[in-house]
Design a protein around this ligand. Structure first.
Ligand SMILES: Cc1cc2nc3c(=O)[nH]c(=O)nc-3n(C[C@H](O)[C@H](O)[C@H](O)COP(=O)(O)O)c2cc1C
Length: 347
């Protein structure tokens, strides 16, 4: 199994609506496709004759040492991928030592996911809705249940133009915090509940309400990264939301280096979008990221085989990173630097 092969028969497994929602992107899906190819526009520059007998994949994130740099990206409606839903992907995160990101639009309440995770690292992703009390209540629930950080997603004032969902009319049939008692709503109806008036001033308020470190997810410009740091963000997730929001937006891979320069070590920088292989993770770290988020491959593993499938996907990416560190002549993930990567001659 390779993560890249996984989607093959998932349309049959999930049905067209859920598959389109999970796999799809915005518009002509140019950004969706570019997210994956953007990592292959970088070439690795391996160093030889280095003792790589022992490798150390660990990284520091939010001031704590983590086993490796792979974080499970927050993703909505996971019970539509597998009946175990978020409990399945959380179990996979725990089993592989991956920090777990729980979506606001989770089909499992934050406290239940926390119970599954025990004392394992978890972050809570927040959307701000027109009814702000819903968001504030979720922050309180996250804080009470041991979520370590708040990941405020800032690239979703409105939903992207998602034609697969428009065509299929996919509806979310499981209870979620936004819509606890049903009825089933289309994703478009649910997305209309997001607050399009959110600004930097509100972010400051949520940062205060959070009482935990804040990461801003969905930043692609160095000037926005600077503003986030000024506001006291502990981290930035360089992301185009998996190509689901603004089609033809640049990839995380391309946006990352200027953001790393702007942040200049004052906050942690994560990146996501199209990261499928351990060597993609190594490139992200070499370009200055402290960690990465991985989205869809975890869902494909979950859809195929529940927690065990998601775990297999995460294990493989981490094992590929280990092999990559050995072959790059860089036994410690924390030592990856820009000398290990360059623009690919074929790009
Ligand atoms: C099905 C799906 C649902 C998502 N839901 C959320 C969400 O609720 N909140 C959020 O911040 N990001 C969400 N994302 C974006 C992911 O957190 C992440 O940025 C993206 O999936 C990374 O790209 P990748 O899937 O190519 O790895 C979602 C992505 C997918 C594929």
């Amino acid at each position: 199994m390779t993560p890249a092969d996984l989607p093959a028969d998932l349309t049959t497994l999930l049905g067209e609506g859920a598959h389109g929602y999970f796999a799809g992107g915005a518009g002509d899906e140019i950004t969706l496709r570019d997210n994956e190819t953007s990592w292959s526009r970088y070439a690795l520059h391996p160093r030889v004759l280095v003792d790589v007998g022992e490798r150390d994949l660990s990284v520091d994130l939010l001031g704590r040492r983590r086993a490796h740099p792979v974080v499970v990206a927050p993703m909505a409606y996971q019970k539509h991928a597998h009946p175990s839903g978020e409990l399945g992907s959380a179990a996979a995160a725990r089993a592989t030592g991956s920090v777990y990101g729980l979506s606001t639009q989770s089909t499992t309440p934050p406290r239940e996911v926390a119970a599954e995770l025990g004392d394992h690292d978890r972050w809570f992703q927040l959307y701000v809705f027109r009814d702000r009390q819903i968001s504030l209540d979720l922050v309180a629930e996250a804080r009470e249940n041991g979520y370590e950080a708040l990941v405020l997603t800032v690239d979703f004032p409105v939903a992207g133009w998602r034609e697969r969902d428009k065509r299929s009319g996919f509806t979310v049939e499981h209870p979620i915090a936004l819509n606890p008692d049903g009825p089933a709503l289309t994703t478009e109806e649910l997305f209309a509940l997001h607050d399009p008036t959110l600004t930097w001033d509100d972010v400051a308020q949520f940062a205060e309400a959070a009482g935990m470190p804040l990461l801003l997810k969905g930043i692609l410009r160095p000037d926005d990264a600077e503003r986030a740091v000024q506001l006291g963000a502990a981290g930035i997730v360089v992301s185009n939301h998996g190509g689901r929001q603004l089609d033809t937006a640049l990839s995380g891979a391309d946006a990352l280096p200027p953001v790393v320069d702007a942040v200049a070590g004052r906050a942690d920088v994560l990146v996501d979008g199209g990261i499928r292989r351990g060597w993609d993770v190594a490139k992200a770290l070499a370009l200055g990221a402290d960690a990465v988020m991985i989205g869809r491959p975890v869902l494909w593993g979950l859809a195929r085989d529940g927690a065990a499938g998601a775990e297999a996907v995460l294990r493989q990416v981490v094992a590929e990173l280990d092999t990559t560190l050995a072959l790059l002549g860089c036994p410690r993930a924390r030592d990856l630097d820009p000398t290990y990567v360059g623009r690919a001659p074929w790009a």
